[in-house]
Design a protein around this ligand. Sequence first.
Ligand SMILES: NC(=O)c1ccc[n+]([C@@H]2O[C@H](COP(=O)([O-])OP(=O)(O)OC[C@H]3O[C@@H](n4cnc5c(N)ncnc54)[C@H](OP(=O)(O)O)[C@@H]3O)[C@@H](O)[C@H]2O)c1
Length: 283
Amino acid sequence: MRILVTGAVGMVGRAVVEHCAARGDAVFAHDRKSLDITDHEAVKLTFERERPDAVINCAAWTDVDGCEGNATLAYSVNSYAVENMAASCRRVRAVFVTISTDYVFDGTKEGFYTQRDDPKPQSVYAAAKLDGERRAITASARTIVVRSGWIFGPFGRNFLSTIMERARRGERLKAISDAYGTPTYACDLAARLRELAGIDLPGVYHVVNGGRGVSYEEFTREAVKISGCEECEIESVSTDTLHRPAARPRNSRLRCLLSEAIGLTALPDWETSLRVFAKQTAD
Ligand SMILES: NC(=O)c1ccc[n+]([C@@H]2O[C@H](COP(=O)([O-])OP(=O)(O)OC[C@H]3O[C@@H](n4cnc5c(N)ncnc54)[C@H](OP(=O)(O)O)[C@@H]3O)[C@@H](O)[C@H]2O)c1
């Protein structure tokens, strides 16, 4: 397939580019310099020139607290640009795959969020991402929205890579004990994004690693153990003590009814993928 990737140097973008290239796709990888997704005309011209079969949008403004103070930019990148990319995909008859977030839910549910649950975003970031989902679906029928969460991976900086670096330096860590999610390994997510582009079945998917879900604290403890730093001290803290500008859901565990219905194999459990990640980052 001819695959155009936006946000190609971000954590997920790099994993997608690497995965697609390894399986022999023609990959058109764009970072912000070669394609700013908020430049609607540039997006249209680039899609027309490169004629992708699928566009995988990995670009986003992911600074959740930053978005809280700048709704204009948050909507420009995470919503209106997503709508425009979907419209540009329709013009060139490409599948549009775009990544959304577990933060579209308010976190009050016990258990896993599925496609039957109504989103109720609690932050500007989450509201803009949900708006982007809906606009994209309206702009092109061949839109695949992939909600994911707690993504960790070998590229770029993320919650987990920071923790592991600090643990290996012997620093004391703080971890939130009252927020639960389903961790997702960027490389597993990348493979599923490519698979969904090939299947070309529009809809809203939830893509996370398998397993029971976990709190940040349990996730941190497991990561520290796997990286061989058991002696590292971990202080358990509650979400409220952090006083962050943007609210986050207390529970954002995801499960995908649609993937199950069409017979997609579940992604590996997060513990398994965490071990793969730990080995990668230790080398
Ligand atoms: N990380 C998570 O835990 C998580 C959880 C749920 C959902 N997601 C979603 O997963 C997707 C990928 O996230 P990620 O973790 O890979 O984020 P990331 O590492 O921050 O990557 C996002 C990329 O988008 C680029 N970008 C920002 N504004 C742009 C613009 N106007 N034009 C073109 N590129 C632009 C960024 O470039 P600059 O570096 O130049 O800004 C960056 O390379 C996003 O849709 C995010 O909302 C992430």
